[in-house]
Design a protein. Sequence first.
Length: 404
Amino acid sequence: MSVKKPKKIIIVGGGPAGMLAAIELSKTHEVQLFEKGKTLGRKFLVAGKGGFNLTNRVVGAELSANYSPNSLFENALKHFDSSQTRSWLENLGIPTYVGSSGRVFPEKGIKPIQVLNALKERLCAQHTQVHYEHEFVDFTPKKIRFLHMGVLVESSYDSCIFALGGASWSVTGSKGDWLEIFKEKGLQTQPFEPSNCGLNCAFPIDFLKNHVGKPLKNIRISCQGTTVKGEAVVSSYGLEGNAVYPISKIVRNALKQCQQVSVEVDLKPFNTELQLLQKVTPKTLPKNYAYLFKLTKTQIDFAKAHTDKETYLNALLFAKALKKLTVPVQGLRSVEEAISTVGGIDSEELSSDFSLKKIPNIYCVGEMFDWDTVTGGYLLQGCFSSAFTAAKAISNPTPNRSLN
Ligand SMILES: Cc1cc2nc3c(=O)[nH]c(=O)nc-3n(C[C@H](O)[C@H](O)[C@H](O)COP(=O)(O)OP(=O)(O)OC[C@H]3O[C@@H](n4cnc5c(N)ncnc54)[C@H](O)[C@@H]3O)c2cc1C
């Protein structure tokens, strides 16, 4: 029986994608994980602060439909989908449960730091060497260079996986400042842009004075044919929240084409226009709106801010307007503030196993290449699936590099 020779594998970037790849590969290979910060998984912990969606309940075509470019992820998700993420976490001692929205969380009582520690413990148990404060600065197909405490350190490898993250929340280490290094190697890159982010809208000062931080619950937001139900939060710059983030992609594309963009907000998605109109009597006045239409003060003032005086004072017109308030959007929040970014290594540079077509023993996984999805666990799932697929390709290379 032939025994496969272990390979020397370097993984750069200690976020969830890099850690998963390291855990998978260190079962059978010599793995060295390099991270420029002093700790692993800083953005993973940030994600943990606001409802830790580790993946989403959906599987199969329903899952892959959430990713673009879809063809890359269709393949990756075949190898490692949301059910495999859950089993993989369970195997690390992190059971999960599905919340009412389909999002998958660590079981109640398990803190984000415990999830991170479980990953770190497994790395340690499998003898992965972790090198902190090593910032990657250059590479060739055989060697990679890091800056460590002002000194250049070089290491050779059989295969290398880059998992450098996107460019938002730079405090976590993901700055995207490595893009130039790849460009210089003749690889196509795309500038980083915000995704899953808030919308800049010019709300009247009076409205902001009273409502910043207040939610608009159970609403529907639509933009150019895409409709999302959920919650938005009024912020000093405009709108944020789970009903807003999926719209940011449409807004981004429209703004690129210099289009004027607005979103339509339906404050009563569970009522038809007719049902709302039927509540109105000849005696209905604005002071009755809260009770009659079951609206919060924030919803009423939001509707008032986005209707003209005649509409606001006429109960029938107001009832109709509640279903379709037009909110002009001036722009997206910055890359720094976004939950995720698009841009990075152009996805055309990657084969279906996430290796570089031009340098096939180098792989790019996680948020660092140009792909997009929505919030709700899909981001981490995309990071896990791409990292797993690359790890599998290194462990079981196929002559034509196709994993199908
Ligand atoms: C506020 C917030 C909430 C989120 N919530 C969720 C959620 O609930 N569910 C979900 O699915 N996703 C969520 N995300 C997104 C998710 O956290 C990211 O998509 C994910 O962390 C990306 O993983 P990654 O491994 O690709 O990159 P990262 O986690 O960004 O890790 C990249 C690592 O590479 C290191 N690095 C960068 N450059 C170098 C270099 N030159 N040399 C060496 N190391 C380097 C960085 O220091 C970093 O540690 C959230 C993100 C934010 C900001």
